[in-house]
Design a protein around this ligand. Structure first.
Ligand code: KG4
Ligand code: ZN
Length: 349
């Protein structure tokens, strides 16, 4: 462990997970997560008010658990990093308020950082410091973004994002129309493993030649979702039997195909030979298999952290905070607000 590096406490509350972690350099001391997902499942989506209240209740116990398990006291913490956006305003506000209180009480610097970039930065805790340039594909229920990372602490370029649904969101919506429980993503993944991905040729959004000028690295999944809905409705209306597994496999194949094809094209175009995949959707088997295959073919090193660091957590924010502090970036003002649609080029506010 690089004991000379500052000890950073990271706080994440952008959605339904209250995450608190302690990181020194690229070493994770402890990462505690409390989730309110069970409280949202019956609504079929995240209810911001319910999430905010859960964050408020979980915040102090989660901080205490993290410190206790890491065996450090609050006065040993050198800096506080917190998700300042993007995310849900109420939940973000709880985390930022907690972080500001700690910064004031401990007289330590505050760093309001970008959640999506945190999804990439966390990989440094697992696979070590990034090489000079990496490509990051961040895919979850809330985001699908392709980032060119020259320096995770200071220089990130957004090459593309989804124009409508995020990959996980598309899975959840298709899950709903297939009658699967929320969130539908993992259920479709499971069904897809039993089906034939070539059974139905679903559309690949924004891959036509005409889209290349403006949207080469953007994604669109809402047309695909509609195509699946139409295909299923047509069969149901005609009273025709069909294989749910084949629908799931063909749909999952379309999503994985577009995500990996565009990402690898971006790596080749920018001369990048390391790809980091993060976000909860990186659990998806079809994406993992296709990314592994296509990266191997293209000579690209694929880095995917274990799934507990891909879903929302405090380690990703502490990891990014650690990188930012080590890069000598100026701390955030104590008056910072939250930014629900923080641009992906902003690493620290
Ligand atoms: O990062 P995450 O935990 O929460 C945010 O959205 O920020 O990601 C959850 C999303 C959900 O949409 C969920 O259905 C999807 O990722 N997901 C999956 C799989 N595991 C999680 N989608 C497809 N296949 C999976 N194995
Ligand atoms: Zn996230």
């Amino acid at each position: 462990m690089a004991s000379g590096d500052p000890l950073v406490l990271g706080i994440e509350t952008s959605c339904d997970e209250t995450g608190v972690a302690l990181v020194r350099g690229n070493d994770l001391l402890f990462d505690a997560v409390a989730s309110s997902m069970d409280e949202h499942a019956r609504y079929g989506g995240i209810i911001p008010e319910v999430a905010s209240r859960a964050h408020l209740e979980a915040m102090v116990p989660t901080i205490e658990r993290s410190l206790g398990e890491a065996g450090v006291s609050l006065d040993e913490v050198d800096a506080i990093a917190v998700t300042a956006g993007p995310g849900l305003v109420g939940p973000l506000t709880i985390g930022v308020s907690a972080a500001k209180s700690l910064a004031v009480a401990l007289d330590k610097p505050l760093y309001g950082v970008n959640h999506v970039i945190g999804h990439a930065a966390v990989d440094q805790l697992v696979h070590g410091e990034f090489p000079e340039r990496v490509m990051a594909l961040v895919v979850s229920g809330g985001h699908s973004s392709l980032l060119l990372v020259d320096d995770v602490a200071t220089s990130v370029t957004e090459l593309g994002s989804t124009l409508d649904d995020a990959a996980g969101e598309a899975f959840d919506k298709v899950g709903r129309l297939l009658g699967l429980p929320y969130p539908g993503g993992p259920h479709i993944d499971r069904l897809a493993r039993e089906g034939d991905p070539t059974a139905i040729r679903f559309p690949r959004g924004l891959t036509a030649r005409k889209d290349q000028a403006e949207h080469a690295y953007d994604f669109s999944f809402s047309g695909l979702k509609t195509a699946v809905a139409r295909w299923v409705e047509t069969r149901q209306d005609a009273g025709e039997a069909f294989s749910l597994e084949d629908v799931a496999a063909s749909f999952a194949d379309a999503v994985a195909d577009v995500l990996t094809a565009k990402t690898i094209a971006a790596c080749q175009r920018h001369g990048v030979d390391t790809l980091v995949v993060g976000g909860g959707f990186s659990a998806n088997s079809q994406l993992r298999d296709m990314a592994a295959l296509r990266c191997a073919e293209a000579g690209i090193e694929l880095r995917i952290p274990p799934i507990r660091y891909c879903t929302d957590n405090g380690a990703m924010i502490a990891a990014l905070g650690s990188a930012v502090v080590r890069a000598g970036v100026a701390p955030s003002d104590l008056g910072i607000g939250v930014d629900s649609s923080m641009p992906l080029t902003t690493v620290t506010v």
